[in-house]
Design a protein around this ligand. Structure first.
Ligand code: BJW
Length: 237
Protein backbone atom coordinates (compact mmCIF):
# COMPACT_ATOMS: atom_id res chain seq x y z
CA UNK A 1 0.00 0.00 0.00
CA UNK A 2 1.25 3.49 -0.89
CA UNK A 3 0.41 6.24 1.58
CA UNK A 4 0.58 9.88 0.48
CA UNK A 5 0.44 12.66 3.07
CA UNK A 6 -0.62 16.04 1.66
CA UNK A 7 -0.41 19.30 3.65
CA UNK A 8 -2.19 22.29 2.10
CA UNK A 9 -1.97 25.98 2.92
CA UNK A 10 -3.52 29.27 1.87
CA UNK A 11 -1.90 29.12 -1.60
CA UNK A 12 -4.20 26.31 -2.72
CA UNK A 13 -7.23 28.54 -2.16
CA UNK A 14 -5.67 31.74 -3.56
CA UNK A 15 -7.06 31.18 -7.04
CA UNK A 16 -10.52 30.65 -5.56
CA UNK A 17 -10.34 34.25 -4.36
CA UNK A 18 -9.26 33.73 -0.73
CA UNK A 19 -6.32 35.83 0.41
CA UNK A 20 -3.06 34.34 1.64
CA UNK A 21 -1.50 35.49 4.90
CA UNK A 22 1.96 36.46 3.72
CA UNK A 23 3.54 37.69 0.51
CA UNK A 24 2.50 40.75 -1.39
CA UNK A 25 -0.12 42.83 0.39
CA UNK A 26 -3.43 42.45 -1.34
CA UNK A 27 -6.38 44.73 -1.49
CA UNK A 28 -9.90 44.39 -0.10
CA UNK A 29 -10.04 42.46 3.15
CA UNK A 30 -6.29 42.30 3.63
CA UNK A 31 -5.86 46.05 3.26
CA UNK A 32 -8.42 46.57 6.01
CA UNK A 33 -7.16 43.93 8.47
CA UNK A 34 -3.73 42.67 9.46
CA UNK A 35 -4.39 38.93 9.80
CA UNK A 36 -1.31 38.31 11.92
CA UNK A 37 -2.42 40.88 14.52
CA UNK A 38 -5.91 39.36 14.74
CA UNK A 39 -5.06 35.64 14.86
CA UNK A 40 -4.20 35.66 18.56
CA UNK A 41 -6.12 35.01 21.80
CA UNK A 42 -4.77 38.35 23.08
CA UNK A 43 -6.39 40.23 20.17
CA UNK A 44 -9.70 38.48 20.87
CA UNK A 45 -9.54 39.29 24.59
CA UNK A 46 -8.68 42.93 23.89
CA UNK A 47 -11.16 43.57 21.08
CA UNK A 48 -13.53 40.65 20.34
CA UNK A 49 -15.61 42.85 18.02
CA UNK A 50 -12.63 43.49 15.71
CA UNK A 51 -11.73 39.78 15.61
CA UNK A 52 -15.35 38.84 14.91
CA UNK A 53 -15.47 41.44 12.11
CA UNK A 54 -12.36 39.91 10.53
CA UNK A 55 -13.78 36.37 10.59
CA UNK A 56 -17.30 37.54 9.60
CA UNK A 57 -15.84 39.19 6.49
CA UNK A 58 -13.88 36.03 5.63
CA UNK A 59 -16.93 33.80 6.29
CA UNK A 60 -19.09 35.93 4.00
CA UNK A 61 -16.36 35.90 1.33
CA UNK A 62 -15.99 32.12 1.61
CA UNK A 63 -19.68 31.64 0.85
CA UNK A 64 -19.16 33.41 -2.52
CA UNK A 65 -16.15 31.32 -3.62
CA UNK A 66 -15.79 27.88 -5.14
CA UNK A 67 -13.11 25.19 -5.27
CA UNK A 68 -10.51 25.45 -8.03
CA UNK A 69 -8.89 22.65 -10.10
CA UNK A 70 -6.27 22.02 -7.38
CA UNK A 71 -8.96 21.10 -4.81
CA UNK A 72 -10.76 19.00 -7.41
CA UNK A 73 -7.55 17.14 -8.31
CA UNK A 74 -6.91 16.23 -4.66
CA UNK A 75 -10.45 14.90 -4.30
CA UNK A 76 -9.87 12.76 -7.40
CA UNK A 77 -6.56 11.58 -5.97
CA UNK A 78 -8.29 10.37 -2.79
CA UNK A 79 -10.91 8.44 -4.77
CA UNK A 80 -8.49 6.90 -7.27
CA UNK A 81 -5.91 5.91 -4.64
CA UNK A 82 -8.64 4.22 -2.60
CA UNK A 83 -9.72 2.21 -5.66
CA UNK A 84 -6.26 0.70 -5.97
CA UNK A 85 -5.82 0.08 -2.23
CA UNK A 86 -3.61 3.12 -1.62
CA UNK A 87 -4.36 6.02 0.70
CA UNK A 88 -4.35 9.83 0.80
CA UNK A 89 -4.07 11.56 4.18
CA UNK A 90 -5.09 15.20 3.63
CA UNK A 91 -4.26 17.78 6.28
CA UNK A 92 -5.08 21.43 5.67
CA UNK A 93 -4.05 24.53 7.56
CA UNK A 94 -6.93 26.31 5.84
CA UNK A 95 -10.13 27.09 7.65
CA UNK A 96 -12.17 27.22 4.42
CA UNK A 97 -14.26 24.24 3.26
CA UNK A 98 -13.09 24.14 -0.36
CA UNK A 99 -11.55 20.65 -0.10
CA UNK A 100 -14.88 19.25 1.11
CA UNK A 101 -16.84 21.16 -1.54
CA UNK A 102 -14.52 19.72 -4.22
CA UNK A 103 -15.39 16.21 -3.01
CA UNK A 104 -12.63 15.31 -0.55
CA UNK A 105 -14.16 12.97 1.99
CA UNK A 106 -11.54 12.99 4.72
CA UNK A 107 -9.92 16.32 5.58
CA UNK A 108 -8.13 17.16 8.82
CA UNK A 109 -8.42 20.89 9.60
CA UNK A 110 -5.46 21.40 11.92
CA UNK A 111 -6.16 25.17 12.30
CA UNK A 112 -9.92 24.82 12.63
CA UNK A 113 -12.93 25.69 10.50
CA UNK A 114 -14.45 29.04 9.61
CA UNK A 115 -17.99 27.66 9.44
CA UNK A 116 -17.91 26.50 13.07
CA UNK A 117 -18.06 28.37 16.37
CA UNK A 118 -16.90 27.16 19.77
CA UNK A 119 -18.36 28.00 23.16
CA UNK A 120 -15.68 29.02 25.65
CA UNK A 121 -18.15 28.17 28.43
CA UNK A 122 -19.39 24.64 27.58
CA UNK A 123 -16.81 23.83 24.81
CA UNK A 124 -19.55 22.88 22.31
CA UNK A 125 -18.45 23.13 18.67
CA UNK A 126 -21.38 24.16 16.50
CA UNK A 127 -21.95 24.78 12.80
CA UNK A 128 -22.06 28.57 12.21
CA UNK A 129 -22.73 30.26 8.84
CA UNK A 130 -23.98 33.67 10.04
CA UNK A 131 -22.03 36.57 11.49
CA UNK A 132 -20.70 36.01 15.01
CA UNK A 133 -21.29 38.94 17.35
CA UNK A 134 -20.09 39.66 20.88
CA UNK A 135 -23.73 39.14 21.91
CA UNK A 136 -24.21 35.78 20.11
CA UNK A 137 -25.80 33.06 22.24
CA UNK A 138 -24.45 29.52 22.50
CA UNK A 139 -27.14 27.18 21.09
CA UNK A 140 -26.05 24.46 23.55
CA UNK A 141 -25.70 26.17 26.97
CA UNK A 142 -27.40 29.48 26.06
CA UNK A 143 -24.55 31.55 27.50
CA UNK A 144 -24.30 35.04 25.95
CA UNK A 145 -20.92 36.33 24.68
CA UNK A 146 -19.06 33.04 25.02
CA UNK A 147 -18.80 32.04 21.35
CA UNK A 148 -15.52 32.38 19.44
CA UNK A 149 -14.44 31.29 15.97
CA UNK A 150 -13.42 27.60 15.97
CA UNK A 151 -9.92 28.37 14.73
CA UNK A 152 -6.40 27.93 16.10
CA UNK A 153 -4.62 31.16 16.97
CA UNK A 154 -0.93 31.69 17.76
CA UNK A 155 0.00 30.05 21.05
CA UNK A 156 -2.91 27.59 20.84
CA UNK A 157 -2.47 23.88 20.16
CA UNK A 158 -3.43 22.84 16.61
CA UNK A 159 -6.04 20.07 16.36
CA UNK A 160 -5.43 16.33 15.83
CA UNK A 161 -1.66 16.53 16.32
CA UNK A 162 -1.33 12.92 17.52
CA UNK A 163 -3.25 11.54 14.55
CA UNK A 164 -1.24 13.74 12.15
CA UNK A 165 2.06 12.66 13.62
CA UNK A 166 1.11 8.97 13.40
CA UNK A 167 -0.04 9.33 9.77
CA UNK A 168 3.12 11.20 8.80
CA UNK A 169 5.37 8.56 10.32
CA UNK A 170 3.89 5.80 8.13
CA UNK A 171 3.73 7.80 4.88
CA UNK A 172 5.70 7.03 1.72
CA UNK A 173 5.50 10.55 0.31
CA UNK A 174 5.00 13.98 1.95
CA UNK A 175 3.68 16.78 -0.27
CA UNK A 176 3.27 20.42 0.83
CA UNK A 177 1.02 22.56 -1.38
CA UNK A 178 0.69 26.36 -1.21
CA UNK A 179 2.17 26.92 2.23
CA UNK A 180 4.99 29.32 3.11
CA UNK A 181 6.51 26.96 5.68
CA UNK A 182 6.67 29.72 8.27
CA UNK A 183 4.10 28.62 10.86
CA UNK A 184 4.89 25.74 13.23
CA UNK A 185 4.19 22.94 13.90
CA UNK A 186 3.04 22.48 10.26
CA UNK A 187 6.28 24.01 8.96
CA UNK A 188 8.19 21.25 10.77
CA UNK A 189 6.41 18.34 9.06
CA UNK A 190 8.87 18.30 6.15
CA UNK A 191 11.84 17.93 8.52
CA UNK A 192 10.00 15.17 10.40
CA UNK A 193 9.31 13.40 7.11
CA UNK A 194 12.95 13.65 6.00
CA UNK A 195 14.18 12.37 9.35
CA UNK A 196 11.96 9.32 8.82
CA UNK A 197 13.39 8.77 5.31
CA UNK A 198 10.14 9.82 3.58
CA UNK A 199 10.36 11.44 0.12
CA UNK A 200 9.25 15.09 0.11
CA UNK A 201 7.72 17.32 -2.57
CA UNK A 202 6.70 20.98 -2.59
CA UNK A 203 4.16 22.55 -4.95
CA UNK A 204 4.06 26.33 -4.66
CA UNK A 205 4.01 29.52 -6.65
CA UNK A 206 7.52 30.32 -5.35
CA UNK A 207 10.08 28.61 -3.14
CA UNK A 208 8.85 28.39 0.47
CA UNK A 209 10.95 29.19 3.56
CA UNK A 210 12.05 25.56 3.84
CA UNK A 211 12.31 24.74 0.13
CA UNK A 212 15.77 23.17 0.65
CA UNK A 213 14.18 20.30 2.58
CA UNK A 214 12.15 19.10 -0.40
CA UNK A 215 13.47 16.42 -2.77
CA UNK A 216 11.15 17.56 -5.53
CA UNK A 217 10.08 21.18 -6.14
CA UNK A 218 7.34 22.20 -8.53
CA UNK A 219 6.68 25.89 -8.98
CA UNK A 220 3.55 27.30 -10.57
CA UNK A 221 -0.04 28.16 -9.71
CA UNK A 222 -1.68 25.38 -7.73
CA UNK A 223 -4.62 25.20 -10.17
CA UNK A 224 -2.18 24.02 -12.83
CA UNK A 225 0.65 22.33 -10.91
CA UNK A 226 -1.53 20.16 -8.65
CA UNK A 227 -3.62 18.51 -11.41
CA UNK A 228 -0.39 17.74 -13.34
CA UNK A 229 1.20 16.16 -10.26
CA UNK A 230 -1.96 14.14 -9.48
CA UNK A 231 -2.08 12.71 -13.01
CA UNK A 232 1.60 11.71 -12.71
CA UNK A 233 0.94 9.93 -9.41
CA UNK A 234 -2.05 8.08 -10.84
CA UNK A 235 -0.08 6.99 -13.93
CA UNK A 236 2.76 5.66 -11.77
CA UNK A 237 2.73 2.25 -10.05
C1 BJW B 1 0.48 29.80 -4.03
C2 BJW B 1 -0.43 30.48 -4.82
C3 BJW B 1 -0.97 29.77 -5.88
C4 BJW B 1 0.17 31.83 -3.32
N1 BJW B 1 -0.59 28.50 -6.09
N2 BJW B 1 0.84 28.55 -4.25
C5 BJW B 1 8.40 26.11 16.74
C6 BJW B 1 7.67 24.97 17.02
C7 BJW B 1 6.33 25.06 17.39
C8 BJW B 1 5.70 26.30 17.49
C9 BJW B 1 6.43 27.44 17.23
C10 BJW B 1 7.76 27.34 16.86
N3 BJW B 1 8.21 28.59 16.66
C11 BJW B 1 7.22 29.46 16.89
C12 BJW B 1 6.10 28.79 17.25
C13 BJW B 1 4.78 29.42 17.58
C14 BJW B 1 3.85 29.70 16.44
C15 BJW B 1 4.60 29.97 15.14
O1 BJW B 1 4.76 29.12 14.30
N4 BJW B 1 5.02 31.19 14.91
C16 BJW B 1 5.74 31.54 13.68
C17 BJW B 1 5.17 32.82 13.10
C18 BJW B 1 7.22 31.53 13.95
N5 BJW B 1 2.93 28.58 16.29
C19 BJW B 1 1.83 28.49 17.03
O2 BJW B 1 1.58 29.31 17.90
C20 BJW B 1 0.95 27.28 16.81
N6 BJW B 1 0.69 26.66 18.06
C21 BJW B 1 1.63 26.01 18.74
O3 BJW B 1 2.75 25.88 18.34
O4 BJW B 1 1.18 25.51 19.92
C22 BJW B 1 2.12 24.90 20.80
C23 BJW B 1 1.46 24.76 22.17
C24 BJW B 1 2.05 23.93 23.07
C25 BJW B 1 1.47 23.76 24.33
C26 BJW B 1 0.31 24.44 24.65
C27 BJW B 1 -0.28 25.26 23.72
C28 BJW B 1 0.30 25.43 22.48
C29 BJW B 1 -0.43 27.72 16.28
C30 BJW B 1 -0.36 28.30 14.92
C31 BJW B 1 -1.75 28.78 14.52
C32 BJW B 1 -1.74 29.47 13.17
N7 BJW B 1 -2.98 30.11 12.97
C33 BJW B 1 -3.23 30.77 11.70
C34 BJW B 1 -4.60 31.45 11.76
C35 BJW B 1 -5.70 30.38 11.67
C36 BJW B 1 -7.05 30.95 11.55
C37 BJW B 1 -7.20 31.85 10.34
O5 BJW B 1 -7.14 31.39 9.19
O6 BJW B 1 -7.38 33.06 10.56
O7 BJW B 1 -3.18 29.83 10.64
S1 BJW B 1 -1.94 31.95 11.27
C38 BJW B 1 -1.97 31.60 9.54
O8 BJW B 1 -0.72 31.02 9.10
C39 BJW B 1 -3.04 30.50 9.36
C40 BJW B 1 -2.40 29.61 8.35
O9 BJW B 1 -2.99 28.32 8.39
C41 BJW B 1 -0.95 29.63 8.75
C42 BJW B 1 -0.01 29.19 7.66
O10 BJW B 1 -0.06 30.03 6.54
P1 BJW B 1 0.07 29.41 5.09
O11 BJW B 1 -1.08 28.55 4.79
O12 BJW B 1 1.42 28.83 4.91
O13 BJW B 1 -0.14 30.74 4.20
P2 BJW B 1 0.93 31.84 3.76
O14 BJW B 1 0.16 33.05 3.39
O15 BJW B 1 2.01 32.01 4.77
O16 BJW B 1 1.63 31.23 2.48
C43 BJW B 1 0.93 31.06 1.27
C44 BJW B 1 1.81 30.31 0.32
O17 BJW B 1 1.05 30.04 -0.85
C45 BJW B 1 3.06 31.11 -0.11
O18 BJW B 1 4.19 30.24 -0.03
C46 BJW B 1 2.78 31.47 -1.57
O19 BJW B 1 3.94 31.42 -2.39
C47 BJW B 1 1.84 30.36 -1.98
N8 BJW B 1 0.91 30.72 -3.03
N9 BJW B 1 -0.56 31.77 -4.31
C48 BJW B 1 0.35 27.95 -5.25
N10 BJW B 1 -1.85 30.35 -6.72
Amino acid sequence: MMRIFVLTGAGISAESGLGTFRGKPGDGLWAKFDPMKLATPEAFAADPGAVHAFYNARRNNLLTTKPNPAHVALARLETELAKRGDKLFLVTQNIDNLHERAGSRRVIHMHGELLKARCTQCQAVVSWHDDLETTSVCPRCEQISALRPHVVWFGEMPFEMDMISDALSISDLFVAIGTSGSVYPAAGFVAQARAAGIRTCEINLDASDNADLFDDQRYGPASEAVPVWVEEVLLSA
